[in-house]
Design a protein around this ligand. Structure first.
Ligand SMILES: [Zn+2]
Length: 292
């Protein structure tokens, strides 16, 4: 992927108007259909307003309506800057850092942070091929015993394609009845599923998958293709990110943090910089379609 730098950002989006123009073009790539004129007409930006008006009848469209920027008192450029900051590193940034960088109040930074993270909640189609499945515990102070979830820790399940996409979800526990339906729902049948020796995974082959087990207890971390290194390296990135950037995350917000991590991870190989593709999502996703 081409790196999109802060210089690129300054050059492409020097003003609020430049941001609005980008949004306008992203929302109406084929021009605006004017209801009154009954055809696609040219629209011009109204000076000092967030409106574009039809060249004939003056009817207006607002590119921000229905987006996360709708009725926000924060300048559009600050929003764009926030999206840039949240997409330009692997681990993202915290609301506190956002507050400092944008010079807004913590309350505003937190609200923007939450809205942008919602955009990063993306439905990934079922995974295919060689899939590694694993669980981990995030948060809390002490190391937890597996399967019991030490107090304050949240159980998280990960499914990753090798060299491909990943799905990470908060789950209530690591019981068979929790983990197997997740695999069934998110992995194409005939795939090969790699797990460690947790008994909850014993019935995977019964679901029609090829099941390969990695014997962690016997220190057989990498035996040929039977390993779960992909998902484990993802865990370490996420945990490093949470302790280094966000310090701690309440269980209530954990899934939304994970969505942001996984969005960046799943788009790491895209040709289009993540910042620009996320802006496209702003333009095309209505707020009603976002999680509450
Ligand atoms: Zn018109």
């Amino acid at each position: 992927m081409r790196t999109y730098t802060i210089n690129d950002f300054e050059k492409q989006f020097p003003t609020d108007d430049a941001c609005l123009e980008f949004l306008f073009k992203a929302r109406y790539p084929n021009g605006v259909f004017c209801e009154k004129c009954g055809k696609i007409t040219k629209h011009y930006k109204r000076t000092g307003m967030k409106f574009y008006s039809c060249e004939f009848c003056g009817m207006g469209v607002a590119p921000t309506s229905g987006t996360i920027f709708h009725k926000s008192g924060t300048p559009l450029r600050s929003w764009f800057h926030a999206i840039f900051l949240m997409t330009s590193t692997k681990t993202g940034i915290s609301a506190k850092q956002l507050q400092r960088e944008l010079g807004v109040t913590y309350k505003t930074a937190w609200r923007m942070f939450k809205q942008i993270r919602k955009l990063m909640n993306e439905n990934i189609g079922p995974l295919n091929g060689h899939i590694e499945v694993d669980e981990t515990y995030i948060g809390g102070k002490r190391a937890g015993k597996r399967g019991r979830g030490a107090s304050g820790k949240t159980t998280v399940m990960g499914l990753t394609e090798r060299h491909g996409k990943a799905i990470i979800k908060v789950v209530p526990d690591v019981k068979t009845r929790t983990l197997l339906p997740m695999i069934w729902k998110n992995v194409v049948s005939n795939s090969t599923v790699f797990t460690d020796e947790l008994p909850s995974y014993n019935l995977i082959a019964k679901l029609g998958y090829t099941h390969k087990v990695v014997q962690h207890a016997a220190k057989q971390y990498v035996c040929g293709i039977a390993h779960v290194n992909t998902v484990e390296s993802l865990w370490s990135t996420i945990k490093r990110g949470i302790s280094g950037v966000n310090h701690s995350v309440s269980p209530l917000h954990l899934q939304s943090y994970l969505d942001a991590y996984i969005y960046r991870y799943n788009h790491r190989k895209d040709d289009c910089p993540i910042f620009l593709s996320l802006l496209d999502r702003v333009a095309t996703l209505r707020r009603g379609a976002l999680p509450s």
